[in-house]
Design a binder for this molecule. Structure first.
Ligand code: ADP
Length: 316
């Protein structure tokens, strides 16, 4: 009920809408909608009054033509404002794609040079210097991940996320992703278990992107679970589909925020308070990858008890 009330209030909060869409208040669709409503009411009343005073059909035709012309002009402005919002959105996606693409090479170079320094030339480095270089490696990999995420989001928004069709054994893929998260889990003091009841579960999909989707879910489960917690990754066949569940007994997602969890850049309040690290892009990307691969992604969560993220993929 509270949510519906807030939605209705937001719907008519013209200043907020204008800020969100980056247009002037009079250009917001809701403003146009209200003006159009008022004009229709005024026009109907006007035509009614005119028809009472004047018996001439000519007067009626002229007044109706006038009303239709006004509505036509308002309609033009509505379409124009929607067009400018769509254009701004397209330009934003293009800008993000170009900027991320340009950032990729220098970041990769930085990564490569620092890794080289640590592996080949570390002998001349003092302990403190090596520690600083490690920090640089850590920060540049974080930057690389962010740039990759932004690039993926831009591709999704432009409908250009091209997926390859590999034959992927999901048991192996899950194991690889879990292994790659083990160091993080150890630092966080969280146990990660994975269960695959069959020798293999084959699906047709983009190996790299499926592992990105899975990694987002597993790293979230670890990140949003307190020390001593448990994360489980369970695979099971469900008819013609493979179902994967990533379960944790972590902080959970507040009920009031669950509807917004798959929105770009959305982070729930409890996680912003506890974990400053995060962009709010992981779930948006994971959901798009799974859905483009022919599956579904959903979750259930109880605050302070934990979360279960599920996704399905058609079995090969
Ligand atoms: P990020 O983790 O970078 O903030 P995501 O898109 O992966 O971005 O997740 C969006 C938000 O969903 C997170 O900020 C967090 O609030 C919530 N969330 C996702 N997974 C979990 C989880 N397993 N437990 C609790 N909250 C979660």
């Amino acid at each position: 009920m509270e949510q519906i009330k807030r939605r209705i209030i937001d719907e008519f909060n013209l200043r907020k809408q204008a800020d969100d869409l980056g247009v002037k208040v009079w250009q917001t669709p809701s403003f146009m909608f209200i003006v159009m409503g008022l004009v229709i009411v005024a026009a109907m009343t006007g035509v009614d009054i005119i028809s009472q005073y004047y018996d001439s059909p000519n007067v009626l035709i002229v007044s109706e033509t006038l009303v239709v012309s006004i509505l036509f002009i308002i309609g033009y402005f509505v379409i124009h404002s929607i067009e400018s919002v769509a254009q701004a959105n397209k330009m934003k996606s293009e800008f993000v794609a170009i900027a991320s693409h340009q950032l990729k090479t220098p970041i990769a170079e930085m990564n490569w040079q620092t890794e080289l320094l640590l592996s080949k030339f570390h002998e001349g480095l003092s302990e403190k210097q090596a520690e600083i270089v490690h920090e640089i490696v850590h920060s540049s990999s974080k930057m690389a991940r962010l740039v990759n995420d932004l690039l993926d989001v831009a591709r999704i928004d432009q409908g250009q996320l091209a997926l390859t069709k590999d034959r992927v054994d999901m048991c192996t893929l899950v194991k690889d992703v879990v292994d790659s998260e083990m160091a993080f889990a150890k630092t966080a003091g969280v146990q990660v278990r994975n269960t695959c009841p069959a020798a293999s579960f084959e699906v047709i999909g983009d190996r790299r992107r499926l592992s990105v989707a899975l990694d987002n879910l597993i790293s979230n489960a670890i990140k949003y679970t307190e020390k001593g917690g448990i994360v489980e990754v369970i695979l099971e066949a469900n008819g013609q589909e493979l179902q994967i569940c990533v379960r944790d007994n972590g902080v959970g997602i507040p009920r009031s925020e669950q509807v917004r969890i798959f929105q770009k850049f959305f982070r729930s309040n409890n996680s912003v308070k506890n974990k400053t690290d995060g962009t709010g892009l992981g779930l948006y990307i994971a959901k798009n990858i799974v859905e483009q691969s022919g599956g579904k992604l959903w979750f259930q969560s109880i605050e302070h008890a934990g979360s279960e993220f599920y996704f399905t993929l058609p079995l090969a």
